[in-house]
Design a protein around this ligand. Structure first.
Ligand SMILES: Nc1ncnc2c1ncn2[C@@H]1O[C@H](COP(=O)(O)OP(=O)(O)OP(=O)(O)O)[C@@H](O)[C@H]1O
Length: 354
C-alpha cells in the first residue's frame, strides 16, 4: 500500500489522524458521552459549557458553533456532547456530501426544532450550498428554487430553529460571511502527553484491557497529540500483548509492538523518518527543494508535503524556508546524528541554536 492511498476521510496509516475503517467501527464505543468524560481541551470545554448552560437557562436553541482543529482531536465527539447536553437529537453529515443546494435544503427542511446539525469538513461544501446555509443560519429560512432559467421562482421555506455545529480542519479557508454567522468558535489544540495517558487509560477500561501507567505513557508519547491515534496504537499494542505476552499493556509491550509497526518513540513512522533520512544523509540537512526531496524519498510531492511534513514541522524537526526544506538540529539528534557545526556552510545557520 502506498502512503498516498488515501480516500475521503479514510487513511490507512497507523499514525494518520484521519479515521480508518477500524476506527469508524470502534470509535462509537470509545467516545466520551458528556463534558465530564471529555479529557483535555479545558478552554473550549469551559466556553462551550457556558454557551450551552445559558441557552438552556433561556429555554432557547444554542448558538451555532464552529469547531476548528486537526482531525481526530474530538470535534465529532464534542458535537454529540452538545446535542446530549441540550437534550436534542443530532444529524451528522459532511461538506463533501452536500454538493447541491437541494441536498442541503432537504436536510434543513427535515430538522426538528432544536436539533443539532453536525456538518463535518464544512469548508468543503459547494458554493451554492454555502450561500443557502448563510440564510438558514441567520434567519432560519431557505429559498428553494423551483424551475430553471427565466421562469425559475424562489419559494421561501421557514425552518425550525436549529444549532449548526460546523467542523473544519482549516478555519482560515472559510469565507468570512460563513465564519461570522457562528456565535461561538472553539479552537481544538493538540493534547498534552498526560491528557493522552488519561485517554489511553479510559479506552483500555472500555476495551477491558489491562494497562500499566508506564504502558499508557509510552503509547501517549507516540500518539502525535491526537486521541484517535492514541486509541489506535492502544489496540495494536493490545494485540501484541495478547499474542506475544500476557495480555497486559506494559511499557515493554508498547515498545516492542510499536517497533514492529515502525512507530518510533516520538510518533514518527517510516515515511516521516525516510524524509528526514534523505534530508540529512543525501542533502546534508538542506536546504533542498520539495521536488528533489520527494524524488529521493520515492514518494509523490503531495505525500511528502501534506502527509509527512506537517508533523515534522510541528515537532520542530523540519523547516520550510524560501530556499527549500531544512532539517533542524533536533532532526539530526532524533536520528542519532551530530548536527554539523554552525559555520558548516549548509546555509541553515539561522536554524541552529533553536
Ligand atoms: N477529549 C477526548 N477524550 C477522550 N477521547 C477522545 C477525546 N477526543 C477524542 N477522543 C477519541 O478520539 C476519537 C476521535 O474523535 P472524533 O471522531 O471526535 O475526532 P474528530 O476531530 O471529529 O475527527 P475528524 O476531524 O476526523 O472527524 C473518538 O472516538 C474518541 O474516542
Amino acid at each position: 500500500m502506498s502512503w498516498d492511498e488515501q480516500t475521503d476521510g479514510v487513511e490507512e496509516r497507523l499514525v494518520g489522524a484521519a479515521a480508518d475503517r477500524e476506527d469508524l467501527a470502534v470509535e462509537a464505543a470509545l467516545r466520551p458521552k458528556d463534558f465530564g468524560e471529555f479529557i483535555g481541551q479545558t478552554r473550549v470545554r469551559e466556553q462551550l459549557d457556558l454557551v450551552l448552560r445559558a441557552a438552556r437557562a433561556r429555554g432557547a436553541t444554542a448558538d451555532h458553533v464552529l469547531l476548528s482543529g486537526a482531525p481526530g482531536l474530538g470535534k465529532t465527539t464534542l458535537s454529540l456532547i452538545i446535542a446530549a447536553e441540550m437534550g436534542a437529537p443530532i444529524r451528522i453529515t459532511s461538506g463533501p456530501a452536500i454538493q447541491h443546494a437541494g441536498d442541503l435544503a432537504a436536510i434543513l427542511s427535515s430538522l426538528a426544532e432544536g436539533e443539532v446539525l453536525f456538518l463535518d469538513e464544512i469548508h468543503r461544501m459547494s458554493r451554492p450550498a454555502e450561500e443557502m446555509l448563510y440564510m438558514a443560519m441567520e434567519d432560519f429560512r431557505v429559498d428553494v428554487i423551483v424551475g430553471k432559467g427565466p421562469g425559475a421562482t424562489a419559494i421561501p421555506l421557514e425552518l425550525p430553529p436549529f444549532t449548526l455545529v460546523g467542523a473544519t480542519t482549516r478555519a482560515g479557508l472559510l469565507p468570512p460571511p460563513l465564519r461570522d454567522r457562528f456565535g461561538f468558535t472553539g479552537h481544538m489544540e493538540f493534547y498534552e502527553p498526560t491528557e493522552l495517558e488519561r485517554v489511553v487509560h479510559r479506552s483500555a477500561g472500555l476495551l477491558a484491557v489491562e494497562v500499566t501507567a508506564d504502558g499508557a505513557a509510552e503509547i501517549a508519547g507516540r500518539s502525535r497529540g491526537t486521541p484517535r491515534i492514541a486509541n489506535r496504537l492502544l489496540r495494536r499494542v493490545r494485540d501484541y500483548a495478547q499474542v506475544r505476552a500476557d495480555g497486559v499493556v506494559t511499557r515493554e509491550a508498547a515498545r516492542r509492538a510499536l517497533a514492529v509497526y515502525e512507530v518510533d518513540e516520538r510518533g514518527l513512522d517510516r515515511l516521516d523518518r525516510s524524509v528526514l533520512h534523505a534530508l540529512l544523509n543525501l542533502f546534508g540537512g538542506g536546504p533542498v527543494g520539495l521536488s528533489t526531496l520527494s524524488v529521493a524519498v520515492g514518494e509523490e510531492r503531495e505525500t511528502v508535503e501534506e502527509v509527512a511534513e506537517p508533523f515534522l514541522v510541528r515537532e520542530g524537526l523540519l523547516a520550510r524556508t524560501p530556499r527549500g526544506r531544512v532539517a533542524t538540529p533536533a532532526a539530526w539528534r532524533h536520528l542519532g546524528l551530530t548536527p554539523p557545526a554552525r559555520e558548516g556552510g549548509t546555509g541553515q545557520d539561522g536554524l541552529f541554536g533553536m
